[in-house]
Design a protein around this ligand. Structure first.
Ligand code: ADP
Ligand code: MG
Ligand code: MG
Length: 207
């Protein structure tokens, strides 16, 4: 199944529900090594995306992604809003005027999203950020690129889960958690966790 504007909008609504469900978990992760607002930030942003989708009907997948991007950038302060906003914006540019997103285009959009996050935040793999979920997600998506969109997203979500898990043993080198240095070890990065949650929500919605 290819992804249309409607299915992408439905996936974002599903993602908003998942983020709302995991709000407290994301707050707790951020309390351990940051400022305890990641769950609130994400919930505010995705609730605003749902409101925006209630009042506008973007006609292409790119327009849906752009609406998500501008909403996150304008409604979410802190590090994650602009980073996720950039991810959706770069993905939107890559989607162009396509009416449907097939497997190969999805992989290109994911690559653009990762590149956007890295251009904006300058984090590399191993810095204990959302990039540690996105890099393995993209690799898995590339390997599955001959499959359909749902299978690609499922592979990406599985890899993102493992990537998020890997941040537990890392010393953060970007964002607030880096202020703690070695003391941040033993905790999962909240942004890596939210990336894994988003990809899982998209994968489930694409089934
Ligand atoms: P803030 O840290 O401003 O309170 P959030 O708590 O919403 O913002 O988001 C924190 C998350 O943002 C971190 O867990 C990490 O995954 C991500 N992050 C922070 N800085 C960077 C960066 N430079 N590059 C990539 N991700 C980052
Ligand atoms: Mg925070
Ligand atoms: Mg904050």
């Amino acid at each position: 199944m290819a992804c249309t504007a409607d299915t992408l909008a439905a996936a974002l609504r599903a993602a908003a529900a998942v983020i709302a469900e995991h709000r407290a978990e994301l707050v707790d992760l951020d309390r351990a090594i940051g400022d305890a607002d990641h769950g609130e930030n994400m919930d505010r942003g995705f609730t605003a995306i749902v409101s925006a989708l209630d009042t506008a009907t973007p006609e292409t997948p790119a327009a849906v992604a752009k609406l998500a991007a501008t909403t996150l950038i304008s409604k979410v302060g802190g590090a994650a809003g602009p980073l996720y906003g950039t991810a959706f914006l770069r993905a939107s540019v890559k989607l162009g005027d396509a009416a449907e997103v097939d497997g190969p285009l999805l992989v290109e959009a994911l690559r653009a999203a990762l590149e956007g996050v890295q251009a904006r935040g300058k984090a590399v793999g191993g810095d204990a950020t959302m990039v540690d979920a996105l890099i393995p997600a993209l690799s898995a998506a590339e390997e599955a690129s001959g499959s359909d969109v749902a299978a690609i997203l499922a592979a990406a979500a599985d890899a993102a889960d493992k990537g998020a898990e890997s941040t537990v043993d890392l010393v953060p080198r970007k964002g607030r958690a880096s202020y703690l240095g070695e003391r941040a070890k033993g905790h999962m990065d909240p942004g890596a966790r939210s990336t894994a949650l988003l990809l899982r929500a998209f994968a489930e919605a694409a089934k």
